[in-house]
Design a protein around this ligand. Structure first.
Ligand code: APR
Length: 230
């Protein structure tokens, strides 16, 4: 086996204390998606949106990676072939755990973006509406997060990876949001084995040939030990 492609979602960060979206009492039970995760919501009420991401950025800053994140670091370091990690998450727990290659397809709390000139820079802990872009000076700073209705990052590179994956693993995602929810079908179409890690089978669960049910902090270390034969 030469190439493993892994997709992670909010579930891998749940045991690090970061809220998921659709679990009981999750983020989408506390906020309306259209208010805090769409360009229209940002136009309507930028304070509310900046506040939402400032809160999540502060939570992410103090959160620690768990054994699930660390298992993927071990796999990346010790697997003889290639490991490609694609995350829907905007926290930096994969990086904090020591992952070398992380593709943030939905952006990252650590990033700021200029809506006027598309310049990107490290986000301050607190962002406010009208913050100036350090490059073009326009008062157009926004979180570098991909909102609903916007195109996720690196899709062409992601599909190239799915085209030659031997094994595709999906961890802690409910399989509700496309294009990520379609990756398993793309991988299978290209001949990859597919495995889902979740507390219970997700919406796309039936599409996976294998599943490991339980908390990722337990299922991932066991899986990595199996793959590495140790
Ligand atoms: N271990 C494994 N899986 C878990 C754990 C855990 N400890 N805790 C929760 N899960 C699973 C849940 O069962 C659920 O299937 O994680 C999944 C979380 O699903 P969501 O809250 O929908 O999060 P996610 O799938 O990452 O959302 C995708 O939706 O709102 C957008 O952009 C946002 O990236 C996000 C996207």
């Amino acid at each position: 086996m030469k190439k493993i492609v892994i997709l992670t979602g909010a579930g891998i960060s749940a045991e690090s204390g970061l809220g998921t979206f659709r679990d009981e009492g999750g983020l989408w039970a506390q906020h309306r998606v259209e208010d805090v995760a769409t360009p229209e919501g940002f136009q309507r009420n930028p304070e509310l949106v900046m506040d939402f991401y400032n809160t999540r950025r502060a939570q992410s800053a103090t959160a620690l990676p768990n054994a699930g994140h660390k298992a993927l670091v071990r796999l990346e370091a010790d697997f003889a072939g290639e490991v490609v990690l694609i995350t829907q998450n905007v926290d930096d727990l994969h990086e904090k755990a020591g992952m070398k290659r992380v593709m943030h397809m939905h952006g990252a709390l650590s990033g700021a973006l200029c809506a006027a000139c598309e310049h990107r820079w490290p986000a301050p802990m607190i962002m406010a509406p009208g913050d100036a872009c350090p490059a073009c000076k326009a008062p157009a700073a926004r979180p570098d997060i991909v909102w609903f209705g916007e195109m996720p990052y690196d899709m062409d590179i992601i599909y190239d990876h799915l085209a030659d994956a031997d094994l595709f693993a999906s961890v802690g995602t409910s399989g509700n949001v496309y294009p990520a929810a379609g990756f398993v079908s793309e991988a299978r179409r290209n001949g990859a084995r597919t495995v889902e890690f979740n507390l219970e089978a997700s919406a796309a669960g039936a599409l996976f040939q294998d599943r490991r049910l339980g908390p990722a902090s337990e299922t991932l270390p066991a899986w990595v030990s199996e793959l590495l034969g140790a």
